[in-house]
Write a protein that binds this ligand. Sequence first.
Ligand code: ADP
Length: 553
Amino acid sequence: MNPARKFTLFTFLFALTVAGISDYAAVSLFRSRFMKFSVSGIADLIQIHAFKELESFDFSAQDLKLAQKKFKVFFEDIHSSGVIRLEAWSSSGRILFSDDSALIGKDFSENKKFQEALSGAITTETPMKHGYDASLLTEVWVPVFFSSEGGTPSGVMRVRVNFDETDRLAHDTHILVAVIFLFGVLMYWFVTVFVFKNFILTSMRDFDKFKLAAEYASDHIILTNREGVILYANTAAEKITGYTRKELIGARPSLWGNRMPPEFYQKLWRTIKDEKKVFMGEIENRRKNGELYTAYITITPVVENGIVNFFVGIERDITEEKIKEKMRTDFMTLTSHQLRTPLSGTKWIIETLQKGVFGPVNEKQKEYLGVLDSSNKKMLELVSDLLNIVRWESGKQVEPEIINVDSLFGELMAKFASVAASRDVILESGLSRYSGWKLKISKHFFCSILENILSNAITYSPPKHKVVLSVFEEGALLVFSVRDFGIGIPQEEQKKIFERFYRALNAIRFKPEGTGLGLSVAAELAKKIGVKISFQSEENKGSVFFVRVPKFS
Ligand code: ADP
C-alpha cells in the first residue's frame, strides 16, 4: 500500500475510533446523570404527595384498613409518573401496603436497603425484570418524613420505577451524537486527505524536479527519509558504491559506510537531526567489491515548518585527489626538510668564518660573506614558509587549545625582543596589565600569523623606530594589533599584499631579500582557524595590522 493510502486509511480508522469512544462516553454520562436526576424527581414526588395525602400515623398501622386505602389512592396518584409498584413500609420494617398482596404484613426489618432508607438516604437498586415489560427497571427507597426537622422517617416507600422513557431518550441521544460525530469524522477525513493529497502531489512535483537535477550529476546524490532510509539514489551513487539502485533504495547509507568511529556518526546525526544543520566532512567508505574509498560528504536536512522530513546526501569520491595531495605534501615535506639541514649547516659555517675563527677576514671577504649570509637567510625563510604551507594543507596542528592571552603575549614579546634589537628597532608592549583573557584556537597557526606580521613590522621599520604589539577587547572579540612607523605600503599595492609571492616595490627596495609568501600563508591560516586580518597603512608613515579572534569564556 502506498504511503498516501496508508495515511488515508489510518486517519479514517483513527477518527472513527475517537468518534466511537467519545459517543459511548457522552451517552453513558448523559444516561447516568439523567437517571440520578429522575430518581431524585421520583423521591420528591413521593415526599410531596405523602405530605399532602398521608399522615404520620398511617405508617404506625393503628388503623391499617384506612391506611391501606390511603396508600392505594396514593399509588394511583403517582402511577402516571412511571411508578409501577409501590410498597409502604412501617419504620419497624413491616410491609403495610403492597400492590402484591402476598407481601402485606411481612417483616423485612433486616433488609439492608430499608435500613439505609431509614437512616434518611434515598437509595436505588436495579431489580430483575421478571414479569415486567420494561427495559430499565429501578427500585427506589424513599424515606417519608412528616416533620420538616428530619430525624427518623415515619416510614419508607419502596417504589419500582420504569425508566424506559429515560432509556429511550438516552438511545435517541446516542443516535444523535453518533450522527454528529460521524459527520465530524467525515469532514475531518475529507479535509485531511484533501490537504495531504495536495501535499503529496506538490512533494511529488518537487521530487521530480529534484530527480531531474540530481540524476546525471557526477557526485553521488541520495535522498533519505528522516530515519536515513534511502528513497532515491542517482546514477553516480550506483557507480561509486557499486550497488544497484534496487539494492540502494530501502537500504541505509551504512550499506557502504559504517567504517568511521561511532563518535563520528553520533556527531553527524546530532548535527543534521537535532541541530538541523548541514554536516560536511571526509569519510571512508567501502564499495560493493570491498574496495575502500575516501569521500567528501555534505548532508543537508530538508526542514519544513521546523520538522526534518528528508536528508539530501552528496558524496564526492576524493580518493584520487587525496593520493595526489599526499604525494605533493610528502614531496614538499621531504624537500623542505632536506633543504633545511644543509642551509642550517651553511649558516653555521658563515657565522664561524665571519667571527674569524679560521683566521682574520679581510674587507672584501667580509662583504662576500655578508651577501652569502643574507642569501642563506632568504633560503631559510623560504623553507620555513614552505613548511608552514605543508602543515596547513595537511591539516595538522589545527586542533584548537585554550590559550592564555597574557602568556602568549609574553612569549611573543620575548621571542621578538632579540630580532628587534638586532635591527635596532624598539619593540614595545601595549598591554600594561594582566588581562586574564583566553582564546580557544590552534596555537601553532595563530602564533604563525602573529609572528609573520610582527616580523614584517620589524623588517620594514628603519632603525630607532618603534613597533608596538597590543591587544584589546572589541565586544566578543579580541583584537591583536601590530603598529609600526616604517616604510608603509603604497596605496595602489595594498590590495595585492596577500597574494603569493607579491612584494611592494618600496619593500623590495628597502629589503631586497624576502619571499612574498608570509602574508599569503597567514591569510590562508586565518581563514582556516576563523580569525580576521586587516590593516591600515600609509607609505613612509607606517602600518597597523589587526588580527581579530573570538574571545573564549
Ligand atoms: P615578505 O615580507 O617576505 O616580502 P610577506 O608576504 O610577509 O612577504 O609580505 C608581502 C608584502 O607586504 C611585503 O613584501 C611588503 O611589501 C608588504 N608588507 C607587509 N607588511 C608590511 C609592513 N609592516 N610594512 C610595510 N610593508 C609591509
